[in-house]
Design a protein around this ligand. Structure first.
Ligand SMILES: CC(C)(COP(=O)(O)OP(=O)(O)OC[C@H]1O[C@@H](n2cnc3c(N)ncnc32)[C@H](O)[C@@H]1OP(=O)(O)O)[C@@H](O)C(=O)NCCC(=O)NCCS
Length: 425
């Protein structure tokens, strides 16, 4: 079976998380991703959060699978010469440097386009044009500026960031879609274009329902938020709603058996209207099926706290997996709160390749998240991340056609650091 992006070559100038998430996906789909790193140091994450001394961190390895690594000093004249050759050989350049850094290196959009009119140039920045356009940005800054933090957490507490990396990985996903769309456009236009994703915009896109609620506020209280049933007035901005779903089908996180000692003995329970009757039977409140205060979705809204307290009295008698088994028989939408330990040990996630074990020459075996997007004709095989500069010689020789004496000259100039001769398998 062929890979969907076979034949596409990516010049990968990305680092940390947002950009590498994007290029890792493209690599899983079969693109040849050539990661350019600073000689001697590489992507800063190789050394961050290191659990084993002098071994590429999990932070790095888990975001850079299926790529090749070449070390080039982008500020060295010979290094620039090599990079311009790469620009001509690649279909896409992806970068997430701080604003202005690519221009300062001498690789402006105008010059890139002149060198290779078919090149797609894809960038992640923290903010789009506007008052914060020059700011450097990390994950949580984007969560805060994109509307996530102000709408996450409990009403009476401070804004919260979430563990899901919606700013970094979320923007990387958006960028990957932009790139394949631009590649498709190129097939009939013949020209490249710029693809820009701002982290603030990507977070806001993922918080779309909260901007929906912001506008609904103008027409009255948000009845799906438990604050409504508690008679607490709404202000002029969408409040934090704890674990309320806040959507058309009220839901909440409820305690299960063992919650006193297990921090994850909880279940998310959704009171979907279609299964209200079995819910009433299961929790021992058959009268709620016909009582007008509880029988319709609308009349239930002011009583959400009472209803979920009653449901929780039932869920607390069962562990989260037992509760799942019982509720699923009646098609009641619910989900266990799974710890990372439980996820790492989950057989079905292993079977589908969503959790994969990878072997690494200096680290040994480790777990990673494989490609969550499954293409039937182009399965993704996860291969380990490259060592720093592991493919420098291979790329100079095979992609760029340099001869031995030219490679020696490049190496002598200090542009690529020390060339690694063979992959350390
Ligand atoms: C993530 C971020 C805050 C990191 O900042 P940083 O560590 O200071 O890194 P920068 O991107 O500013 O790059 C630092 C310098 O390294 C240089 N550099 C990078 N790769 C190089 C290489 N191979 N050779 C020589 N120099 C290199 C850059 O040119 C830049 O130099 P300059 O400041 O003189 O122009 C910043 O890159 C950023 O805001 N990126 C956009 C938003 C983003 O993606 N954030 C999420 C990250 S997960």
């Amino acid at each position: 079976m062929s890979k969907a992006l076979e034949g596409v070559r990516i010049l990968d100038f990305t680092h940390v998380q947002s950009g590498p998430t994007c290029t890792q996906l493209l690599a899983w789909f079969g693109a040849d991703v050539i990661k350019v790193e600073r000689p001697g140091a590489g992507d800063a994450t190789r050394q961050q959060l290191q659990d084993i001394p002098d071994v590429d961190s999990l932070y790095f390895t888990m975001l850079n699978h299926n790529k090749r690594s070449i070390t080039i000093d982008t500020k060295n004249p010979k290094g620039k010469e090599v990079l311009w050759r790469l620009v001509k050989e690649c279909d896409v350049l992806v970068e997430n440097f701080a604003p202005g850094a690519l221009d300062r290196m001498g690789f402006s959009w105008e010059k890139l386009q002149e060198a290779n009119p078919k090149l797609i140039v894809a960038s992640v920045k923290g903010f789009g044009p506007g008052r914060y356009q020059d700011c450097k940005v990390y994950e949580n800054v984007a969560q805060c500026a994109g509307g996530s933090a102000s709408t996450t957490g409990f009403r009476d507490d401070i804004p919260m960031v979430t563990g899901a990396q919606i700013g970094d990985s979320g923007t990387g996903l958006h960028l990957a879609l932009g790139i394949v769309t631009a590649l498709y456009h190129r097939t009939h236009s013949g020209v490249g274009q710029r693809v820009d994703c701002a982290m603030q915009d990507s977070v806001l896109n993922l918080c779309r329902v909260k901007l929906r609620d912001q506008q609904r506020l103008a027409h009255g209280p948000l009845r799906e938020y438990s604050q409504f049933g508690e008679d607490i007035p709404f202000g002029d901005a969408v409040p934090r709603a704890g674990n309320d779903s806040g959507g058309g089908q009220p839901g909440r996180i409820l305690k299960c058996k063992g919650w006193e000692h297990d921090p994850n003995a909880y279940i998310y329970f959704i009171t979907q209207a279609a299964v209200w009757e079995p819910i009433c039977d299961i929790i021992g409140e058959p009268g709620w099926k016909t009582d007008p205060l509880y029988s319709s979705p609308k009349t239930r809204l002011p009583h959400l706290n009472e209803i979920f307290t009653r449901i929780e009295a039932w869920t607390m008698k069962h562990d989260k997996f037992e509760a799942m088994d019982i509720l699923n028989k009646y098609d009641i939408p619910c989900g266990p709160i799974l710890s990372m330990k439980e996820i790492a040990e989950d057989d079905s996630l292993r079977a589908t390749g969503t959790v994969v074990e990878v072997d690494h020459p200096t680290r040994g075996k480790y777990l990673t998240v494989g490609n969550p997007i499954k293409l039937s004709a182009s399965p993704a095989e996860v291969t380990r991340s490259p060592l720093l500069g592991e493919h420098t010689e291979e790329i100079l020789r095979e992609v760029l056609g340099y001869r031995d004496n030219e490679i020696a000259e490049i190496e002598g100039s200090g542009a690529v650091g020390r060339v690694t001769k063979l992959a350390a398998e």
